[in-house]
Design a protein. Structure first.
Length: 96
């Protein structure tokens, strides 16, 4: 199953993607639906670690930010994040 598209979104158009944090994994996706991003920091939440990823972009409107959970702290650096296509929702990007 591919990503779910909201009405009025065509391939190649600017859009907003939404995925629940617990669906994001530090791994390769077997279907190739992954993104390489730098890990900025790891935060211990008491029962698990939360990782913060953000693309380096001078324009905050174009910055991609993702969070993921894991069992251990990690050092900042490059990571590959699996985004299961059936768990991603795509919506038209709001006009600025």
């Amino acid at each position: 199953m591919g990503p779910r598209r909201g009405g009025g979104v065509a391939r190649g158009e600017d859009a907003t993607a939404v995925i629940r944090v617990e669906q994001v994994r530090l791994a390769d996706d077997p279907d190739g639906n992954h993104v390489d991003m730098p890990l900025l920091t790891s935060m211990y939440l008491g029962d698990r670690w939360e990782y913060l990823f953000r693309t380096p972009d001078a324009d905050p409107a174009r910055t991609l930010a993702l969070r993921a959970y894991g069992p251990e702290g990690r050092e900042p650096g490059p990571c590959r994040l699996a985004l299961p296509a059936g768990k991603v929702w795509i919506f038209p990007r709001a006009a600025a």
